[in-house]
Design a binder for this molecule. Structure first.
Ligand SMILES: CC(C)(COP(=O)(O)OP(=O)(O)OC[C@H]1O[C@@H](n2cnc3c(N)ncnc32)[C@H](O)[C@@H]1OP(=O)(O)O)[C@@H](O)C(=O)NCCC(=O)NCCS
Length: 181
């Protein structure tokens, strides 16, 4: 799948290094786990879980993003199944060097189009920590709208957990209206 500046492809078993590099930056992981993920965990848990989704949910999953200009790996975009019918969750994680270029919004819009177009979904949702303002801005720029704030219990909460988690969403009718505009 391609956007103006990005190519999205499935991960393979050879991508441990790419994923480990991405998750080794504590700033990238700040609102996720708050710390780098060890490469062994990428190889034994994270990557196998990504590959499993391709088999179990055709069309969905986590996709490696590369710059079309030079093929450089910049991070990933994902469409994950949810418990709600015809509803998928969109997410993204980019290397810090790829922030501030509009890549996250470009990839997210493309996956939202795929969800409603090719996959025939009725709703796309996204959530993040309320204090993750960069991520919330991507959601807004991609056409998702604020739905609710909610609180979850964590045994080892990250700083900012007290402000809760936010959910954003877009439904098919709003997406179609946006395309006509
Ligand atoms: C969340 C995350 C993907 C946001 O990335 P981002 O680069 O800020 O988001 P965008 O791609 O929308 O880029 C927007 C910025 O690029 C700038 N930009 C530069 N060139 C641009 C272009 N051609 N088109 C659009 N925007 C452009 C915009 O002005 C904006 O700048 P600003 O942040 O100073 O306002 C990134 O911070 C990240 O990977 N964080 C770690 C993982 C994470 O927290 N994920 C979410 C968990 S739910």
């Amino acid at each position: 799948m391609e956007t103006e500046r990005l190519r999205l492809r499935r991960f393979t078993g050879d991508d441990v290094e790419q994923l480990a590099g991405l998750d080794s930056d504590p700033e990238v992981m700040r609102f996720l786990t708050g710390q780098a993920t060890p490469p062994e965990e990428i190889a034994s848990v994270v990557l196998p879980a990504i590959l499993k989704v391709y088999d179990e949910h055709p069309g969905l999953g986590t996709f490696a993003a590369e710059q079309k200009s030079d093929g450089a790996f910049i991070g990933w975009f994902g469409l994950q199944p949810t418990a709600a019918p015809a509803t998928v969750d969109v997410g993204y994680r980019l290397n810090r060097t790829a922030w501030g270029k509009g890549y996250a919004t470009e990839g997210t819009k493309a996956l939202i189009d795929k969800a409603f177009g090719e996959l025939g979904m009725e709703r796309v949702v996204a959530d993040t920590m309320a204090v993750n303002h960069r991520s919330r801005a991507v959601m807004r720029r991609s056409g998702l709208r604020f739905v609710r704030i909610f609180h979850e219990h964590f045994d080892d909460p990250l700083p900012g957990t007290e402000f809760g988690e936010v959910e954003y969403a877009i439904d098919r009718r709003t997406w179609e209206a946006g395309r006509r505009a």
